[in-house]
Ligand binder design. Structure first.
Ligand code: FHN
Length: 462
């Protein structure tokens, strides 16, 4: 089942990309984005001090990476938890191998989440894994090396506008009922929002740590900012200039704030429409970003794989998340799903990596007036569940989620179908094609080559 949203997220992508290119040529931004637009699939890793709790705290069990806030833990007590952090089972090479075996091309690690704890050696701020914990190793350094060895782009997540360790990080806005002032702040240690000065935090912590991340660990594929909150337009622009100055090839996502950045980041949802502007859906495998030992609500491999195909057919990337344990182990349920996706990509990856979006559209789904969205009252978007299409060099890759009886029919095909075959067929045996103008019909064998998605290739010419 594919869950889509109205394509609001893609409007953001269009606005921000223009802002980014204002200071550079389309060729420059295009060159930077080339690997990202071809990669399609990445691993998100939410891992930190909070992972040790496994979602539990004093009898409650629905916590994860927000543990410090949701359990209202004072900094002094949370620091005691940090002092115990000793992930002796962490093996960067294993994590990179899992990502590579899954067919992923990049990896994004939480270098500092909202708790303000740096998972890297940060000379500018002692609240970090090297200074506070008995672990004494730098996971960012080890993962950067492992990614280089496995041919993955190494990327880092950085919480920009939420930091529950620093006294100068206000959140929320007056008049915003959903997110009033202080709604995502540390009010346990710093109760007075009016005394907080983001500019001080920006100078004292954000800029020095971003500089450290971009000068201590080699090439960084993406600086994946999160929750820009109160950052001003001038600060977003200053931060982007800092990054571009240190590593011009480093991609920056939209969450640097103020319509800057290289691509949009719809979260836990897939836009309903396609877009020529770069975008990436980030999503959990179960219901939590950080590790929660009680959360067994794992998405099926079929859902995850069809999400990936749906996203690529709309021009996007899929950033799929794992939450390793406090000991440094990626849950086996996560590894199993990633491995199954990787097995499919080993056979059918040609239809996704470097592929363009569908030339059609109706197959994506439609707004159903009979199904009103409970929040907005507007017609609900119902995703199509039959097939998706990607393109490459004039050819079409039809991803069949439901295996048609006898033949596959499609209209609106540009050019002439020269050959049709199943991508999973090593002999690429030609299938019988009938074409009248733009109407194409392909005879199919009785049995689908894959239970989740079978790829029918249509080689087209003039
Ligand atoms: O609050 C965070 C959350 O913990 C998680 O990191 C996600 C991932 O994109 N970002 C924020 C929620 O939008």
């Amino acid at each position: 089942m594919i869950k889509s949203i109205v394509s609001g997220g893609l409007v953001l992508a269009a606005a921000l990309t223009c802002a980014t290119q204002a200071a550079e040529t389309p060729e420059q931004s295009g060159a930077r984005m080339a690997w990202f637009n071809s990669a399609k699939f990445g691993l998100f890793i939410h891992w930190g001090v909070y992972s040790q709790a496994g979602g539990e705290w004093k009898g409650t069990t629905n916590h994860a990476e927000w543990l410090q806030l949701t359990a209202k833990i004072p900094i002094a007590e949370y620091t005691e938890l940090a002092k115990q952090f000793n992930p002796v089972k962490f093996n960067a090479d294993e994590w990179a191998q899992i990502a590579s075996d899954a067919g992923m091309k990049y990896l994004v690690l939480t270098s500092k989440h909202h708790d303000g704890f740096a998972m890297f050696d940060s000379p500018s701020n002692p609240y970090n894994i090297m200074k506070v914990t008995p672990f004494g190793r730098d996971p960012v350094k080890e993962l950067a090396a492992a990614c280089a060895k496995h041919g993955l782009k190494f990327c880092v997540y950085y919480s920009l506008g939420r930091d529950w360790h620093d006294p100068d990080v206000p959140t929320g806005s007056p008049g915003n009922a959903r997110f009033p002032p202080g709604s995502r702040s540390n009010l346990v240690d710093y109760p007075d929002e009016s005394r907080k000065d983001f500019a001080k935090y920006f100078e004292r912590k954000v800029k020095p740590q971003v500089r450290e991340l971009l000068t201590q660990y080699g090439p960084i594929g993406i600086l994946w900012f999160d929750t820009p909150e109160k950052i001003t337009k001038a600060q977003s622009a200053e931060l982007l200039a800092l990054i571009r100055g240190l590593q011009p090839d480093c991609i920056v996502n939209a969450r640097i704030g103020n319509k800057l950045g290289d691509y949009g980041t719809p979260e836990q949802e897939i836009p309903s429409g396609k877009s020529t502007q770069a975008w990436e859906t980030c999503m959990t495998l179960n219901g939590h970003w950080g590790y929660n030992s009680h959360d067994a609500n794992w998405k099926t491999t079929a859902t995850l794989l069809r999400n990936l195909i749906d996203i690529v057919s709309k021009g996007g990337n899929y950033l799929l998340n794992v939450g390793p344990t406090g000991a440094g182990v990626i849950p086996p349920e996560s590894v199993e799903r990633l491995r199954e996706i990787g097995a499919w990509l080993k056979i059918n990856g040609e239809s996704l990596y470097g592929a363009g979006m569908t030339p059609f559209g109706p197959e994506l789904g439609k707004f159903d007036a009979a199904k009103k969205n409970k929040k907005t009252g507007k017609p609900e978007f119902v995703p199509g569940e039959e097939w998706r299409c990607t393109t490459k060099a004039g050819g079409l890759y039809i991803h069949l989620f439901k295996w048609p009886a006898g033949r596959f029919d499609v209209s609106g095909v540009k050019g002439t179908v020269k050959k049709a075959y199943l991508l999973a067929d090593p002999d690429r045996t030609a299938l019988k094609v009938k074409q009248t103008g733009a109407e194409v019909s392909v005879e199919l064998p009785a049995k689908a080559p894959d239970a989740i998605a079978s790829v029918l290739c249509l080689e087209c010419g003039d």
